[in-house]
Design a protein around this ligand. Structure first.
Ligand code: ATP
Ligand code: MG
Length: 540
């Protein structure tokens, strides 16, 4: 799905050709500590896409080794979002199901003299670790006997020690140029109820120890992850080899997806939710997949965007306009065009006698063009911006003495207009030109422009939610860059057909933008989220 010949596929092609591997197995390993965001979508497309390309398998594996931050709400949202994005996992697995096996691996390391129980506090460990330019110093507990380590590690598991009192550390090299290899902690004591294992455990494996084992247990051949794990690969391999998994899985790193004006950190997104700055994880402004679903982004647009963003080896920043470009591209083909008037003023058709059905094209880009009927009549609404009593230069809509075409219906000619005490236009009076509908003898008349309209008699009142980016442009701290008033709510008049829309139906409101019916749409609740505007600024 990612096209051919990205560097990951080059590696796989080579290893398959040389017989290093005979199958391709990948996994997507979210930590259930938040909702998935657009960055995760990229990882999902790569993990699932790579497996699919080679006829292999891809597991959904929850990396649930940090109970204090994890929750079943997140587990469930992750499944829903992956399915929505259009992928199906081979197996649903949990790192916590391997806790016993991981414990056994730790014991085997102790027996080989490759792990020890350390009494240092977190601070002491940090201080003795050295820096990029100076080596670390050995812990005084480094040379405990295998017997003593086995006993202490068992007692850690049995709850004999307080949280943080002891750790299990891999015995590697305190002067390694790679700080990750300076006797990293592989188990910690933590009393926190786990969403799956409850209070069974009070010790939990650290990511760098757990992850290679999870991959190895599942027979994963390619552990695809983001670049920040590159420096952890020697530790990944150390764990794998010393726990007896040879050749075992291979870790390959690719660049993270970063998008301008977009927050791509679960920790910070959670902060926005917790502080009530947004309406939950699924707020349409959120760059979460749930937020994008509410916003009305088509999943195929997100997949196309991820494919176009590509699989790179170095980090960059993608324009947010690129994502919107793919959303617009998808909706341009799939969304029906309908008429909505956001700031209505009355348009009276002085010579109209009776209501009349007009056929309007649903979508000029559809494979098969279909039509719906809208009712033309005596009292219509048009947008305030589509009439100017004193038109500015180059104004292309209705003016005193002028004509304009009502989309899908007649050409109308100005007669007069009325204002309130403040001089604001309240009503415009026009006469329609008979036989000026498309195909009529007067259809060819020259007009200034085409505008949308709705019938006052059968239009429905709708609510429009319109959004700005959560972040202002720039690169400072997120906290200083939140856009004030990033949500605006409008009421508008919509053509009658929209009463029949279903939740998540997407439309182009002509001359306005793309809009998506909210998840609770219907039964008198006529609310739309603006998906994106009509103007494409990508590549300009
Ligand atoms: P965050 O930093 O937002 O908390 P994370 O990396 O901690 O994200 P995980 O649940 O651990 O979140 O991520 C699951 C997978 O998604 C990992 O393989 C991770 O590398 C990948 N991933 C996370 N963010 C991005 C991103 N911005 N671009 C590409 N892949 C990502
Ligand atoms: Mg993570």
């Amino acid at each position: 799905m990612e096209g051919s010949g990205n560097f990951i596929e080059d590696i796989i092609d080579d290893e398959l050709a040389r017989g290093v591997v005979t199958e391709v197995a990948t996994r997507f390993p979210p930590e259930p500590n938040g909702y998935l965001h657009i960055g995760h979508a990229k990882a999902i497309c790569i993990d699932f896409g790579t497996a699919a390309k080679y006829g292999g398998r891809c597991n959904l594996r929850y990396d649930d080794t940090n109970p204090s931050k994890e929750d079943v709400e997140y587990v469930n949202s992750i499944k829903r979002d992956i399915e929505w994005l259009g992928f199906k996992w081979d197996a649903e697995l949990y790192a916590s199901d391997y806790f016993e096996r991981m414990y056994d691996c730790a014991v085997s390391l102790i027996k080989k003299g490759l792990a020890y129980v350390c009494d240092y506090s977190a601070d002491e460990i940090r201080q003795s670790r050295g820096t990029l330019t100076s080596p670390g110093t050995d812990s005084p507990y480094r040379n405990r006997s295998v017997e003593e380590n086995l006993t202490l590690f068992r007692q850690m598991r049995e709850g004999k020690f307080a949280d943080g009192e002891k750790t299990l550390r891999a015995k590697i090299d305190m002067s390694s140029p790679n700080i990750n290899m300076r006797d990293p902690v592989i188990y910690r004591i933590l009393r926190a109820t786990h969403h799956r294992t409850g209070d069974k455990w009070c010790i939990y494996p650290m990511y760098d120890f757990a992850h290679p084992l999870e991959d190895a247990f599942e027979g994963i051949t390619y552990s695809l992850c983001t670049l920040e794990f590159e420096d952890h690969r020697p530790l990944y391999d150390w764990v794998k080899v010393n726990c007896g998994f040879v050749p075992g899985p291979r870790q390959i790193e690719f660049a993270r997806l970063n998008i301008k004006r977009t927050i791509m950190s679960k920790r910070y997104l959670k902060k926005l939710v917790d502080e009530g700055r947004v309406d939950g994880w699924s707020d349409p402004r959120m760059p979460t997949l749930s937020g994008m679903r509410e916003r009305g982004y088509p999943p195929e647009a997100i997949r196309a965007f991820c494919a176009a963003a590509g699989v790179a080896k170095s980090n960059g920043e993608t324009e947010v306009a690129m994502l919107e470009h793919f959303v617009r591209d998808s909706l341009n083909k799939s969304a029906d065009r309908v008429m909505v008037v956001k700031d209505p003023i009355k348009l009276n058709i002085v010579n109209a006698v009776a209501d009349e059905e007009c056929l309007v094209e649903n979508n000029p880009n559809a494979d098969e063009v279909t039509y719906r009927s809208v009712t033309f009549g005596k009292e219509l609404y048009i947008d305030r911006s589509d009439f100017a009593a004193e038109p500015p230069p180059k104004y292309k809509r209705l003016v005193p003495g002028g004509t304009v075409r009502l989309k899908g219906a007649y050409i109308v000619k100005y007669v007069s207009h009325e204002c309130d005490a403040d001089g604001n236009v309240t009503e415009v009076n026009c006469e329609y030109i008979p036989d000026s509908k498309s195909g009529g003898v007067n259809a060819g008349m020259k007009v200034k422009g085409v505008i949308q309209w709705v019938n006052a008699k059968d239009s429905i009142d709708v609510t429009l939610n319109e959004y700005d980016y959560l972040l202002l442009d720039g690169d400072g701290d997120f906290n200083d860059r939140l856009t004030p008033d990033s949500k605006k709510v409008y009421s508008a008049k919509a053509e009658a057909s929209l009463a029949l829309a279903k939740p998540y139906d997407r439309f182009q409101f002509i001359r306005m933008g793309y809009y998506s019916a909210v998840g609770s749409y219907g039964e008198g609740r006529y609310e739309f989220n603006m998906v994106t505007g009509l103007k494409d600024s990508y590549g300009k």
